[in-house]
Design a protein around this ligand. Sequence first.
Ligand code: UD1
Length: 372
Amino acid sequence: KVLVCVVGARPNFMKMAPIIRQLQAVRHLITPYLVHTGQHYDQAMKDTFFQQLGIPEPDKDLGVGSGSHAVQTANVMLRFEPVLDEVKPFAVLVVGDVNSTIACGLVAVKKNIPLIHVEAGLRSYDRQMPEEINRILTDQISDLLFTTERAAADNLIKEGISEQRICFTGNVMIDTLLANCQQASSLAETLQRYGSKQLVSEKAYALLTLHRPSNVDEPETLARLIRVVGDISEKLPVIFPVHPRTQQKIAEAGLLSMLPEKRVIMLPPVAYLEMLGLMQAAQLVLTDSGGLQEETTALGVPCVTLRENTERPITITEGTNSIVGTDPAKIMQCVDDVLSTGGKSGLVPEYWDGNAAGRIVDEIVRRYQLAG
Ligand code: UD1
């Protein structure tokens, strides 16, 4: 019985790694068939992640690459369909909320192949976010929906999804985080590896990531954010691994000069173990990423989220996350609070315990009666 598992973009890789590992443990019941859509294709965005996370080479690489949302989604669909014809899986498993998630999900259900969605039910209630559309649509067409926090089931039930399809199993991304904490690269190793000669001490810098279209595609918003990062860097150094789309937008908008070279260390996109080390050693994290909000909560590191909303509310109610938006005064206020008080001390949410993938695979075996 073949289960097609789909990854496409960087945040998918750490979610799929523990699922593949658990599937390998029940090889007599399920044969995993890994498809990489190729949405992220750079070595920095893909290969090092596969190596560090021990993900096997994909059985199929669709090689779609970049493009507009329509082009990217359509290309994934066109190239994914023949794979299902050839492999004839009993189900397709997708993770997260990227374009590859909805594209492959849609192809599967149109062929009457059950769709399994891991990380279902998260809602920012902001339909300007491409990921929000991907989340809503993927959940609507899924047969089995695995959630990371309890509020997700309420969102799904409100959208008419039957409770029987929803299963709270916890956070697979935290499985990966806990499995790799000991192997994380040290701060010094990472700075050296990426050719930075600057000295920064542990727990005395801010780690920054930015890539949401709403923050980087609009030149005024981007300029506002970059300016406040410059201001923050006067208080403590900032380490900034730059996503390719952000790199391009900063260059286009001529904003590089706002980031003092000695105080803001810009790195290319870093690999998983480097990012984990950078998070662990940071005094605080500034980000618009979804994943980092969860990872900082699991690590107990204060997180300042540069967005107006979050689809991961448990990181606010239980974790170390604060939502501040893009108003420079509010961002500065929050950073000052963290620097003076040490920031929120959070709890690690229920089932963020390193065993989520095991629970997911057990449930798949049970639901699809694979144990005979
Ligand atoms: C995608 C996801 C987003 C996720 C992010 C993590 C969607 C809608 N968005 O956004 O949810 O948080 O990945 O990184 O699926 N590029 C490269 N090399 C690559 C991949 C991309 O240079 O390997 C550049 C291209 O110029 C491309 C741009 O980055 O146009 C954006 O890539 P894309 O995959 O379209 O979306 P992301 O912004 O990465």
